[in-house]
Ligand binder design. Structure first.
Ligand code: PLP
Length: 374
């Protein structure tokens, strides 16, 4: 099998598996206990908090563990409703943001959806024009999960800071893949998810610059300083910590390797398959992301043909799998209706080889030719 769907999820790294193992069997103490056996679990949870904090240039007390990106995003938006009636977000956010916004709008919140240009960039000045007196939050994703576009986060952060509005970024696709500095970028809140950077599934975190202004989403016990109730997923948190360490130690080399493979793939596809368009920007994109609209094909059928060849790719985002409506991201960047279903996403990781990419291109060419001849 050739796995090229790393935006959907990644393979857990060996370091995370080994780190988790003792916490799945021998070290099962509840971190809330006061005896020594529990303290081992507690210490590991706190060590991971510090590891994550240093990866984004934050303090450990500003990191809160959650069940993943969806929970972190929902928490931020639910909390925003306490501060004002208005939220600004973009048309190309993940459904963890969009569907929660829809839910809030049914409850009386006003949501402004900023559009993007044809590369998928939000214009910070257009965004600024949406700010109102009662704006509680600006939530713009760091990088898009379908087309990989990396947003001008620093500029957006500067505007939010100047206008004294909370700024949240959904960094689920970016954390562990590109450098992030919450101070330099003036980020107040940041969501991330372990399974997107070679950690275990079902665990993630939310960075909160001012936790005293944030109310819990989940009520119960006093875990996470009373802000996120429920016994900690110790093994998951420990595995995520190991995955963060691995990601950060080799960030530059991994980025370089992915960019080289990605550019090789993009350049060959654009050169060797006629009537193909690259979606997103050529360089301001996630290192491992390639997304194409191919005239005369149906993306879902192409995914099935590629699967028959043993290659895992995606037609859009995994979250819209099984849903026949066209991708809201592809629509937002202005792909005309007749091509909108012809989109395919290939997302690499540093472990992919040149041989795998060569075989993928070979099968892609054959399958596109076959579909077009039909
Ligand atoms: N936000 C983005 C940008 C994503 O790509 C995803 C998952 O694909 C999520 C949020 C949801 O994260 P999780 O799967 O951890 O709930």
């Amino acid at each position: 099998m050739i796995y090229l769907d790393n935006a959907a999820t990644t393979k857990i790294c060996d370091r995370a598996v080994h780190a988790m193992e003792p916490y799945l069997n021998e070290m099962y103490g509840n971190p809330s206990g006061i005896y020594n056996f529990s303290k081992v679990s507690k210490e590991m949870v706190e060590r991971t908090r510090a590891t994550i904090a240093s990866a984004i240039h934050a303090k450990p007390e500003n990191i809160f563990f959650t069940s993943g990106g969806t929970e972190s995003d929902n928490w931020v938006l639910e909390n925003a409703a306490r501060y004002g009636r208005h939220i600004i977000t973009s048309e190309i956010e993940h459904h963890a943001i969009l569907n929660k916004c829809e839910n809030l709008s049914k409850r009386g919140m006003d949501i402004s959806y900023v559009g993007t240009d044809r590369m998928g960039f939000v214009n910070p000045y257009e965004l600024e024009s949406h700010i109102r007196k009662d704006t509680a939050l600006i939530s713009i994703m760091f990088a898009n999960n379908e087309i990989g576009t990396i947003q001008p986060i620093k500029e957006i952060g500067r505007i939010a800071g100047r206008r004294k509005i909370l700024f949240h970024t959904d960094a689920v696709q970016a954390f562990g893949h590109v450098p992030i500095n919450v101070h330099e970028m003036n980020i107040d809140m940041l969501s991330a998810s372990s399974h997107k950077f070679h950690g275990p599934k079902g665990v993630g975190f939310l960075y909160i610059r001012n936790p005293e202004n944030v109310e819990s989403l989940i009520f119960g016990g006093g875990q996470e300083k009373g802000r996120r109730a429920g016994t900690e997923n110790v093994a998951g948190i420990v595995g995520m910590g190991a995955a963060v360490e691995e990601a950060m130690e080799n960030l530059n080399q991994r980025m370089e390797r992915e960019i080289e493979l990605r550019n090789y793939l993009i350049n060959r596809v654009l050169r060797e398959i006629p009537y193909v368009k690259l979606n997103g920007h050529m360089s301001k994109r996630l290192p491992g992301n390639a997304n194409f609209t191919i005239a005369g094909i149906d993306g879902t059928s192409l995914v099935i043909l590629m699967d028959n060849d043993g290659i895992c790719v995606s037609a859009g985002s995994a979250c819209s799998a099984g849903d026949d409506s066209p991708s809201h991201v592809i629509r937002a960047i202005g792909i005309p209706d007749q091509y909108i279903y012809g989109t395919i996403r290939l997302t690499l990781c540093a472990d992919n080889t040149r041989e795998e990419i060569d075989y993928t291109i070979h099968r892609l060419k054959e399958n596109v030719m076959q579909m077009r001849s039909m």
